[in-house]
Design a protein around this ligand. Structure first.
Ligand SMILES: *Cc1c(COP(=O)(O)O)cnc(C)c1O
Length: 392
């Protein structure tokens, strides 16, 4: 059976070129970068070179890269760390309704501790408006965190404009760029962000490693205590192989971003055109301010979970909403924030393409999906007159 992986927003396969540069750091180059002797000094150089390379690749000349255990930890250090460092200045933080749970839940944990939280709404395409951000900022606001590109619907936020609003008010701006890197151009100096999150395994690098960019002068209180690694922003012996892999993956992702986008855009358009031509299938998200690899649709009168299982049986790996929420019964918070009703949100499907996706894969999907939808609709309790209304 044909196997088609269309879940690159959940994770990507480690590239051969990345594995190759990582392997020596699991064996012969085993030193602890904090050691003073030769074994350590040699590894310290490697870690620092990876840091400088990552910084240059992201265009963040006015700050530093701190290596972490992944996107989730970077988001938490940025949000909890910055809010706590600025606790004397104010206790108000702002985020958006479509953030990844790593951001939303970190913000909610601050709210439980007595911080005031504003969750900005989005329009039907999932976009946050810079005007709504400006209106939400008060003299107590210390941090704004809004993602660069959405992991469920692929909507690309106007980060430069949003960051400019925060800067005008003297408020720190963090962005989760986990889905943006490698898919759209990213230049941190141009974006004007104070902090930016990336993750290894979303860019064909290893799992369990990520980075947080922090602009010079921005203070964050560490979440953990221990050694002085990563300037105490993230203590603990460095994941050297992971760091080497992350830097190489980032290098390849940035080098190949344009050509990957050029390959995926026509495939995305072909898939969207083919799927939305089917009866009662609609596109979620923006038509153009959208990641080149993302297709997210709602299929009326069908459960997203049933669609996933049927597609899985046909060898096609997709997801509904984010990987973290699939399996839960709650509909996607992203789709709900975009104004979809419960049932339409439940009937949603996310397909995210990647480096290995071919036109034949798309043809195969377009070949099998209509039959699956038809069969599921025939069995569905949601079918028939007023189906939309009589199911809650
Ligand atoms: C995957 C993802 C994360 C979490 O990154 P991990 O490295 O898996 O912890 C955070 N934000 C977004 C937008 C993501 O897609």
């Amino acid at each position: 059976m044909r196997k088609v992986y269309l879940d690159h927003a959940a994770t990507t396969p480690l590239r051969e070129e990345v594995l190759e540069v990582m392997l020596p750091y699991f064996s012969q180059h085993f030193g602890n970068p904090s050691s003073i002797h030769w074994y350590g000094r040699e590894i310290r150089k490697v870690v620092e070179a990876a840091r400088e390379q990552a910084k240059a690749l992201l265009g963040g000349s006015s700050g530093s890269i701190y290596f972490t255990s992944g996107g989730t930890e970077s988001d938490n250090i940025a949000i909890l760390g910055a809010a706590e460092a600025l606790a004397k200045k104010g206790n108000h933080i702002i985020t958006s309704a479509v953030e990844h749970h790593a951001v939303l839940d970190a913000c909610k944990s601050l709210e439980k501790k007595g911080y005031e939280l504003t969750v900005l709404p989005v329009n039907q395409h999932g976009l946050v408006s810079p005007d709504s951000l400006a209106a939400a900022i008060t003299d107590k606001t210390v941090l704004v965190t809004i993602m660069h590109a959405n992991n469920e619907v692929g909507t690309i936020q106007p980060i430069k404009e949003l960051a400019a609003v925060a800067r005008q008010h003297g408020v720190l701006f963090h962005s989760d760029g986990v889905q943006a890197v490698g898919q759209i151009p990213v230049n941190l100096d141009e974006l004007g962000v104070d902090m930016y999150t990336i993750s290894g395994h979303k860019i064909y690098g290893p799992k369990g490693v990520g980075a947080l960019y922090i602009r010079k002068g921005v203070k964050v209180r560490p979440l953990y205590h221990g050694g002085a690694q990563e300037e105490k922003v993230r203590p603990g012996t460095e994941n050297v192989a992971g760091i080497v892999g992350l830097a190489r993956a980032l290098e390849l992702a940035v080098e190949e971003q344009r050509s990957l986008a050029d390959t995926l855009l026509p495939l995305r358009e072909k898939m969207i055109k083919g799927l939305t031509a089917l009866p009662d299938v609609t596109l979620n998200g923006h038509t153009s301010l959208r990641l080149p690899n993302n297709v997210n649709i709602s299929v009326d009168r069908v459960e997203g979970e049933s669609l996933i299982l049927s597609l899985d049986m046909a060898g096609i790996a997709v997801s509904s909403g984010s990987a973290c929420t699939s399996g839960e019964l709650e509909p996607s918070h992203v789709l709900m924030a975009m104004g979809l009703d419960h049932q339409t949100a439940h009937g949603s499907l996310r397909m995210t393409m990647g480096r290995s996706t071919s036109e034949q894969d798309i043809d195969y999907v377009l070949d099998v999906v209509p039959g699956i939808i038809e069969r599921l609709r025939a069995m569905s309790p949601l079918k028939g007159e007023g189906g939309k209304q009589n199911v809650q």
